[in-house]
Design a binder for this molecule. Sequence first.
Ligand code: HEC
Ligand code: HEC
Length: 299
Amino acid sequence: MAHNNPWPDEGNTGHIWDEDLRELDNPPPLWWMLSFYAGFIMIVFYTLYYPTIPLPNSYTKGVAGWTAIEEYHEDYNILKDWREKKFSGQEEQLAALSVEEILQNDELKTYAVKTSKVLFGDYCAACHGSGGQGNPNFPVLADDDWLWGGKVSQIKTTITNGRQGNMPARGMMGNLSDEEISQVTDYVIALSEGRADDAAVAAGKGVFAKGMCVACHGPAGKPLAPAGAANLTDGIWRFSGDRDEIIKTITNGVNVKKNGETTANTRVAIMPSFKDRLPNADVNIKRLAVYVHSLGGGQ
Ligand code: HEC
Ligand code: HEC
């Protein structure tokens, strides 16, 4: 910095570097000052207009009463109205047509399937898995092994009213011994492996008749009509194909109740009713029935 100023009349501040670099004392340009004041006015405006200053238990609300969440709701409603208008045709058709008719209309079927995924995720996936692939103790929906029937109308009834299979403990009369249960278990395993006529499981086959398993599971381990009993011949296990687990099922039954209370070791298998659980149930049950039917195993 130089102490003697070689440019005394120039109006510089006297700060001089590198011999001739010097600081002048000009006012800032007008445009710059105007922006500066405008910015200042904006700050005052913002502070008064919008929620701004945090207070111990609250905040200044601003004269406009604006909040981000309200703006979000407004935008969301605009989008919702738009969607409702855009898809109102399809929604009306879903409401008006039967599930069978929806299935026959490719465009409408595709629409029902596409709009089911979120619904299925919210209401069904916790038990049945996100793609209907099942979970331990919850049936697979994406195959063609149906307890209650794979026709779309049967699926719709299942979702509407719920389902609950019943299998008595220790055979229909409740009188099978541990040994008989062990024998019939071997027969059940043989059924699932296609060796039901093996001499080795003849005793179990007799127990299958004695325990009246045939009444529900059918004479050949395949239910004659879907009424909740598992198909024992297809190697698809509703609970488990593990020998001890099969013994447990036959010993304790399924959904067995005593004096209104579920017994200790019985299998619990309850499909809840959705007619009062789903929003807009009438349309959404049809939508889901078509979706489940499309998962792979609809009949
Ligand atoms: C709390 C668990 C649970 C939820 C949630 C649930 N389910 Fe189920 N679902 C079951 C059980 C358990 C069964 C088997 C009932 C039985 O064994 O008799 C079942 C059976 C079914 C069946 C019959 C399968 C067959 O083989 O015949 C269909 C179809 C079905 N559920 C669809 C749905 C749909 C669609 C939803 C969602 C709206 C849903 N479920 C939600 C537990 C559930
Ligand atoms: C009153 C009808 C009924 C009778 C009688 C009955 N069952 Fe069942 N059984 C069912 C039902 C219903 C299920 C399936 C429950 C479900 O999936 O919700 C079932 C399930 C089973 C399973 C489990 C299959 C799997 O996929 O995990 C086995 C094993 C079985 N039964 C064997 C037998 C044997 C052996 C007998 C005779 C001792 C018998 N059942 C008698 C109704 C019956």
